[in-house]
Design a protein around this ligand. Structure first.
Ligand SMILES: [Zn+2]
Length: 204
């Protein structure tokens, strides 16, 4: 799938060499696995629960801001950063981490043009994309990025790895990157931990 795990994981390991909670997250994975195996697209149960995931962006450059407290680049004050920032070349394609349903496309917050995908108990958020949101007469909301060939309708089913947008600079951002947020049962979790667990399973 064109995932440059070598670079991606080196950065993750550098950022998160300290203690973390993969074991705890992995304990939650059977529910995600169950959601995945209900799809007609994956008739076989996953040998490892994390194998069904996709790295969320093509053309990884580096991690620019981890999950946790940081100095806000705009206000200079300490703020919690509820996601992982992944720098990429402008226009790189963003991929859905997991199969699920597009719960929301929007463009009116600091997140910029953005996509929210729901996969069972998990919600994944992708910010600062290119394009804009069209609200059709029947109320359907569609993310449109013509140059990228993206037309993503709210309510659409996506697979892990489906291209759902391209990296841009909409919303509050100082450079092209994907802000990737992950929630489990309504609580933000560190996406780096999920990536590390996915990588660990890839090597098996
Ligand atoms: Zn961010």
């Amino acid at each position: 799938m064109g995932i440059r795990w070598g670079n991606a994981v080196y950065g993750i390991l550098a950022l998160f060499a300290g203690g973390w909670i993969v074991a705890e997250l992995s304990a939650h994975m059977p529910r995600l696995e169950a959601a995945a195996t209900q799809s007609a697209n994956s008739p076989q149960p996953l040998a490892q629960p994390w194998q069904g995931g996709s790295f969320p962006v093509e053309n990884f450059s580096r991690y620019t801001s981890p999950f946790g407290y940081r100095t806000d680049p705009y206000s200079g004050q300490a703020r919690f950063h509820y996601g992982l920032d992944i720098a990429t070349p402008m226009g790189s394609y963003v991929r859905s981490w997991w199969q699920g349903t597009v719960a929301r496309v929007s463009e009116d917050t600091a997140c910029g043009t953005s996509v929210v995908v729901r996969s069972g108990d998990w919600v994944h958020v992708y910010c600062h994309l290119q394009g804009y949101v069209v609200v059709e007469t029947d109320g359907d909301r569609v993310l449109v990025d013509r140059r990228g060939g993206i037309q993503l309708q709210q309510g659409r089913r996506v697979k892990a790895g489906t291209r759902i947008g391209r990296v841009g600079m909409t919303g509050r951002t100082t450079g092209p990157h994907l802000h990737w947020g992950l929630k489990y049962q309504g609580t933000w979790v560190d996406p780096a931990q999920v990536l590390q667990a996915m990588y660990a399973n890839q090597r098996l």
